[in-house]
Design a protein around this ligand. Structure first.
Ligand code: GAR
Length: 209
C-alpha cells in the first residue's frame, strides 16, 4: 500500500512511521512521499534522510486559497497514495480532497476526542487547554478525516495520565511517547493489512489476526 504523509512541523510522528516501517511493525507499506506546507519543516529533512520524496506546497506561493488547494491536491495525486496520513498537518483539508479520498485519510490528534478538539485545538494549545481544565487523563486519537474538524470516525485511542506540575511541553512529549508514536503506526499497519472492521453500531475498530 502506498502511503503519503502530510506534515507541517517537526515530524516526530513521521519519524515514528518511518521507524515502524524499517523495523517491521508496519508491513505492506511504502511511504511514497511527504508533503509539507512549510518549507522549513524539519519533517522534510527526516524524509530526505529516509530517502523518501519530499514536496513543499506553501500557501504563500499562491495568490488565492483555491490555487493553493489545487496545488496541494495535485501534489497528493502525483504520489498516487492508497492512504493519506495527516501527521501534524495544520492545514484545513480541501473538501475536494476529502471527497476524492473518502475513508482513505487518517489524522492523529493529541487528545481523547471528543475532548479538546475542533477549531483552535492543535499542537501545544491542546495540552494548554487540558492543563487549564485540570483533567487527569488525556491521550491521543487516530480517526478518519471527514469534512468537519476532528469529527470523523474514531479508529484508535490511547489514554495518558496527566501528572501534577506538568507543563504543556512535558505533557505533549508524554502524549507523543505513550500514545501518538504507538497508535499511529498501529493504525497504518492495520489498514495496510486489512485489519479494520465495523461493528453492529457502525463503529470502526482494529482486529488482531
Ligand atoms: C502532534 O502532537 C500531533 O498530534 C499534532 O501536532 C503535533 C505534530 O508533531 N496534531 C494536531 O494538533 C492536529 N490537530 P510532529 O510534527 O512532531 O509529528
Amino acid at each position: 500500500m502506498r502511503v503519503a504523509v502530510l506534515v507541517s512541523g517537526g515530524g516526530t510522528n513521521l519519524q515514528a512511521i518511518l521507524n515502524a516501517v524499517n523495523d517491521g511493525r508496519i508491513t505492506n507499506v511504502t511511504i511514497c512521499g511527504v508533503i509539507s506546507n512549510r518549507p522549513d519543516a524539519f519533517a522534510l529533512q527526516r524524509a530526505e534522510r529516509a530517502g523518501v520524496p519530499g514536496i513543499c506546497v506553501s500557501r504563500k506561493a499562491y495568490a488565492t486559497r483555491a490555487e493553493f488547494e489545487e496545488a496541494l491536491l495535485g501534489a497528493v495525486d502525483s504520489l498516487k497514495p492508497d492512504l493519506i496520513v495527516l501527521a501534524g498537518f495544520l492545514v484545513i483539508i480541501p473538501p475536494e480532497m476529502i471527497r476524492r479520498y473518502e475513508r482513505r485519510i487518517i489524522n492523529i490528534h493529541p487528545s481523547l476526542i471528543p475532548s479538546f478538539c475542533g477549531d483552535g485545538f492543535y499542537g501545544l494549545h491542546v495540552h494548554e487547554a487540558v492543563l487549564a481544565r485540570g483533567v487527569k487523563v488525556t491521550g491521543a486519537t487516530v480517526h478518519y478525516v471527514d469534512e468537519g474538524t476532528d469529527t470523523g470516525p474514531i479508529l484508535l485511542q490511547q489514554a495518558v495520565a496527566v501528572q501534577p506540575g506538568d507543563t504543556p511541553e512535558v505533557l505533549q512529549r508524554r502524549v507523543m511517547e505513550q500514545a501518538e508514536w504507538i497508535i499511529l503506526p498501529q493504525a497504518i499497519d492495520a489498514i495496510a493489512n486489512d485489519r479494520v472492521s465495523r461493528d453492529s453500531n457502525g463503529n470502526y475498530f482494529l482486529t488482531t489476526d
